[in-house]
Write a protein that binds this ligand. Sequence first.
Ligand code: NAD
Length: 512
Amino acid sequence: MRLFVHLPIKEDEPMVQNFGKYQNLVGGEFVSEGREKDIVSPVDGSKIAKVILANAEVTKRAIDEAHDAFYHKWLKTTLLERKTLLDRLSNLVQEKSELYTQLESANTGKTIRQSTLMDIPLAIDHLRYFAHETEFKETREILHPEYPGTTGTIQYAPLGVIGAIVPWNVPLMMTVWKLAPAIVAGNTIVIKSSQFTPLTALELAKDIDRAGFPAGTVNILAGEGSTIGDIIARSPKVNAVSFTGSTATGKKVLNAASSGVKKVTLELGGKSPNIVFDDAELETAVKGSLFGIYLNSGQLCESGSRLIIHKDIRKKFVEMMQEKISRLNAGNPMQFETDLSAITTSDQLDKIREMVSQGESEGVKVIQPLNIEGKVPSSGFYFPPTILSGIDGRHTIAMEEIFGPVVTVQEFESEEDAVRIANDTNYGLASAVWTKNNEKARRVASRIEAGTVWVNDYHLLSAAAPRGGFKDSGIGRELGLEGILEFTQTRHIFFSNTENALKEIAYGLLLP
Ligand code: NAD
C-alpha cells in the first residue's frame, strides 16, 4: 500500500526556505571571525543560509577553551551531572525537531520523510540513550591473584579534549555520535562540522548553550577540513581525534595526528556486500536491498553497494528491483511523498557521473529503470537509481566507493563463493545476508570481514551496538559501551596495606 500521493513540482514557488546566518560556538560565545559562505541547497541550487567558516585563530581558541574547561570545570563534574545536561539537550532538540528536520533536508537534500522519520528522531533517541545508559561505569574493582591481600581499582578516566571531525552526509546524527559518548566519559570537545552541511550542528550549538553546558566544554565550528580539520588533528592540546569521513582523508588525519601521541578513531568508507541466497524471502530481500542502497541516494557509508545474488535467482531478483525502482517518486525532496534524495554536493554528483561512465566504457551494463528528468527540480543535484551488471571483481566500479545511488550486481554459486566475493575488497564496514536458514546466516555472517552484518535487514542502527570498520573502513568503534570506552583511558590504582606479608618477600629482591 502506498501512503503518499505524488504532487507535481511548482518551479516558481521557493522549495527551500532561507534560514539566516549561523555563527560558530567557541568558549560559550557565538563568534563571527572567519569567512562568510553561502550554503547552497542541493534541492534546487538556491542559497539557504550564510555560515562563518572558522579560521585558524578561532580554531586554536576553541581548542584552548576546551582545554581550560576540561581542567577547570569539567573534571569536577559527576557522571550524573553530565548525563543530565545531555538529557536536557535531547528535550531542547525535540522541542525544535521540525526546524532540525527542515534544516537537515534543505542542507543535505535528503528527503523530508527521511529526516522526519529517521535522521532527527534517531539523533534525539541517541542523545537520550547516552543520557540514560547504565553499562558504562567509571570504576571497576579487581583482585590481584599474584598478591593476596591487595586490591585494585580500575578507573576509566576521560582523555581530555576530543577533536571531532564530521562528514556531510548525516550531519546531526554523526555530531551526536561523537558529542554524547565523549561527554558521558567526561571529555570536552571541539567539533568540526562539514563546510557543506553545517546547519544542524550549528543549530545544536544554540541548544547546547541553552541546555547550560559550561562555556568551553562543547565548541562547534564550521570550516574547511584541510585547514581547520588539520589544525585540530595536529594540536598537542587535543588528546584524541574522532574522525568520520572518507578513507583517503582518514589517512591524512592519522598522519597529522601522529605529529603527537594521541588516540585516533576512524570511521571510514565502505563498499558493503549484500548477499542474497536462493532460499531468501524474495519480496522482502528485494525491498531490503533497495532500501540498503538507495536510502539517502546511496550516500551512507554502510550502503549495500555490492549486491551478490545466487545465480538461480539473479535474473528474477534484478527484474523485481527494476519494477520497484520504476515506481519510486522522484520529485522535490522537501515534499513528504518524494522517495529519492538529492546528491548533497555538485562535486559528488560529478564524481558519481564520472565513475558510472568509466564503468560503462569498461563494458559494464548500466540499467536505470526510472527516468527522473522533468520530475526533480531542474537546478538541483540528482542522479537516478542505477544498477550495474556485467561486473566482475576487476572493474574499478566494483572495488571503489561511489557514494551514490548505484549498485553493482555479481552472482555466486556456492556459500564459499559468496563469502570470497564479499571479502574481496579493501573495505569492511557493513554487510547483509538474506536467507531463511538462520544457521547458514550465522555461519556466513561470522566469516564476513565487516564491523556490522545484518541478517534479513539493512541500515537499522542501534545506539547500543558498536559500529565501525574492519580493514580500510576504520579503526575503533562508535556507539554502545565500546564507543564510550574509546573516549577513556584506564588508570590502575593498586591498594596494598602495611601488614602485607608479601612486602617482605618482594622488597627482599633488592634489600638485604
Ligand atoms: P571527507 O573525507 O571528504 O570529509 C570528512 C570530514 O573531514 C569533513 O568535515 C572534511 O571537512 C574533513 N577534512 C577534509 N580534509 C581534511 C584534512 N586534511 N584534515 C582534517 N579534516 C579534513 O568525507 P565526506 O565527503 O564529508 O563524507 C563522505 C565519506 O564519509 C564517505 O567515504 C563515507 O563512506 C564516509 N562516512 C563514513 C561513516 C562511518 O561511520 N564509517 C559515516 C558517514 C560517512
